[in-house]
Design a binder for this molecule. Structure first.
Ligand code: ADP
Ligand code: MG
Length: 349
């Protein structure tokens, strides 16, 4: 659990009332778990406690939309429909999410690919890291990896829209070849931030907030003292410590993908959960972590995964093409940043 608490939100005060202008603000905080990770909320509001509402929203997103494991989710039904001749009609949100994911697959030359499901299930690093597997972890054989890779790739998907999808304007239908398994693990937390942002924006009492969903953090509005938000970036070598702090004004999404987040070990080798779709193995691009700064949560989450797989040079290029700022930590601990990130980052002494 402690490992997941990497995004330490500094400046958090215990529950309090503070006077800001004429408005009495409450500072409400909560730490809970959902989506297999820790959710930390830190909200300034002139109204009631909205932390339970935000937890419900995250759990709904997982249960109804994103989980590959739960039979209640749309993604589960999509995976079940793989191989069927009639395909499956997507909800508007899923059509938009998958559309953006496919665009990112193209932009990242396949480094980001939500069809990695069969390879991700084969390694099951998430299961080993969560302690839900018993016995000794062993990396799968090359033969097994090759077999799983045969079931991956966006060329196995086809989307049709409108009358072609057998519906009205706006209807989108997905056809996937048999054996295809989509996995939205690389964008789920970022997508949660997008939903949380909408929720906060719809509550006129909330004046500022930071919410972290595992390695993805949302900042919103401002602190009562008008100081910038301070978001810690974990040190990949000691993930309970911060490598440095980002100082940010207003609304941002900060997403980190790292080899220290979820991993299993065998024979002294660490196998982490970010897979290179080109090899079917944990990505080995010389990086320990990538942090991406964007306005949009889902984009940042997808980019952090893509940049991790691509490595520093190509990752830097991709981030900048999307107008995102990025910070790379390589395996020797050296830090590289896009120019726009530099004035925002302060290294821990
Ligand atoms: P975290 O889940 O720790 O925030 P990421 O956002 O980097 O980390 O997502 C990793 C998850 O995404 C994996 O657990 C797996 O389910 C899925 N995944 C792994 N490799 C890729 C990839 N190359 N492209 C898309 N999804 C991936
Ligand atoms: Mg990601």
């Amino acid at each position: 659990m402690k490992r997941f608490l990497k995004a330490v939100l500094l400046g958090a005060l215990p529950f309090c009332l503070c006077s800001c202008g004429r408005q009495e603000l409450r500072h409400v905080q909560s730490v809970d778990t959902a989506m297999g990770t820790v959710i930390q909320q830190n909200i300034y509001t002139a109204g009631g406690d909205c932390t339970d509402g935000i937890m419900e929203l995250i759990r709904n997103l997982e249960e109804r939309t994103l989980s590959w494991r739960l039979e209640t989710s749309e993604l589960y039904r999509i995976n079940q429909a793989a191989g069927s001749r009639e395909g499956i009609v997507l909800t508007e949100e899923m059509a938009a999410v998958l559309g953006r994911c496919l665009e990112l697959t193209e932009a990242s030359e396949g480094a980001f690919d939500v069809t990695v499901g069969p390879v991700a299930r084969l390694w099951d690093i998430d299961g080993w890291a969560a302690g839900s597997r018993t016995g000794e972890f062993e990396p799968p054989s090359q033969e097994a990896v090759d077999g799983a890779l045969d079931l991956c790739g966006v060329s196995r998907l086809r989307m049709t829209a409108g009358p072609d999808a057998g519906g009205e304007e706006g209807t989108v239908r997905l056809y996937a070849e048999a054996g295809t398994e989509l996995d939205l693990g690389a964008v789920g937390k970022g997508l949660a931030l997008t939903h949380i942002l909408e929720y906060l924006e719809s509550d006129p009492d909330v004046t500022g907030a930071t919410v972290s969903v595992g390695g993805s953090v949302l900042t919103y509005g401002s602190r009562p003292d008008r100081a910038p938000w301070q978001v810690g970036i974990a040190d990949p070598d000691h993930s309970s410590d911060n490598l440095g702090i980002l100082s940010l004004e207003g609304q941002w999404c900060i997403s980190t993908s790292g080899d220290y987040e979820r991993f299993a070990e065998a024979g002294g080798v660490r196998y982490h959960h970010i897979l290179d779709p080109a090899t079917g193995r944990p990505a080995d691009s010389g990086l320990s972590s990538v942090t991406v700064l964007t306005k949009d949560g889902m984009l940042g989450d997808a980019l952090s995964t893509a940049c991790f797989v691509l490595g520093r040079e190509k990752g830097m290029e991709l981030a900048q093409r999307y107008g995102a700022e990025a910070l790379f930590v390589d395996k020797s601990g050296e830090i590289f940043m896009t120019p726009g990130m530099e004035p925002l980052f302060r290294r821990t002494p």
